[in-house]
Design a protein around this ligand. Structure first.
Ligand code: PGA
Length: 252
């Protein structure tokens, strides 16, 4: 059975002490009341990784970086490599978030380098995809996201593909308070699972976790997660409050 995953994406928020406090609060709530069949992930800034790994029960909570360098090592000032991330005890890396594509010019080519390095290092990529509002309004979102797949994760071997987690995040829903409707999320997730089945076969498609992201919160998670093809969420704003985050973890 494919995994249910609720992953927090803290983005550019919290100092290290604040992050440790948040991680400890999430850790405590997950230990006390977290649904046992949901994998929990905390996506923190690079500076927080080691401390957050130390602050949580890593058997229960995985830690993720929000990016990694497209090079393995060398003269790339300011970059953080997959080996550096791995050495903190983090197990995941969020890749291809729309904010990185949009504000930092991340192309499919760069993304492919990062995916290859992450997989080689044994980190689990949480691969993000999703369309902007104009594409949704034109009704061409399915083809757009499939094209994102074709340029990136569909170039992987079936073995590597089966190691990744996908997060569908419509850009118009991220941080806007406008979430995709339950029907819109299910429709896209089912379409993507079908595209994966066509490419890699039904078995791999059935095992791939496809998370929804974009203004998912304690109030709407329940309805979104009730969909058969929605396997959890990538949560931005609502992951910064432990009380909200645990409600999302328990929203199944
Ligand atoms: P949001 O962000 O939940 O704040 O909309 C989701 C994300 O960008 O991962």
């Amino acid at each position: 059975m494919r995994k249910k995953i609720v992953a927090g994406n803290w983005k550019l928020n919290t100092t290290v002490p604040e992050g440790i406090e948040l991680a400890k609060a999430v850790n405590e709530l997950v230990a006390e009341q977290g649904a046992a069949d949901v994998d929990v992930v905390l996506g923190t800034p690079f500076t927080h990784l080691t401390s957050v790994v130390d602050a949580v029960d890593t058997e229960r909570i995985g830690v993720a970086s929000q990016n990694c360098a497209a090079e393995a090592k060398g003269a790339f000032t300011g970059e953080v490599s997959v080996d550096m991330v791995k050495s903190t005890g983090a197990k995941y890396v969020i890749l291809g978030h729309s904010e990185r594509r949009e504000y930092y010019g991340e192309t499919s080519e760069t993304l492919n380098k990062k995916l290859a390095l992450a997989l080689e290092a044994g980190l689990t990529p949480i691969y993000c995809c999703g369309e902007a509002l104009d594409i949704r309004e034109a009704g061409t979102q399915n083809g757009f996201v499939k094209q994102q797949f074709e340029e990136t994760i569909f170039t992987l071997s079936a073995e590597d593909f089966s190691k990744i987690v996908i997060a569908y995040e419509p850009i118009w829903a991220i941080g806007t308070g406008v979430t995709a409707s339950s029907g819109q999320a299910q429709e896209m997730h089912a379409f993507l699972r079908g595209a994966i089945a066509e490419k890699f076969g039904q078995e791999i498609a059935d095992e791939t976790s496809i998370l929804y992201g974009g203004s998912c919160n304690a109030k709407n998670a329940n309805e979104l997660f009730a969909n058969p093809d929605v396997d959890g969420g990538l949560i931005g704003g609502a992951s910064l409050k432990a009380g909200d985050f645990i409600q999302i973890i328990n929203a199944y």
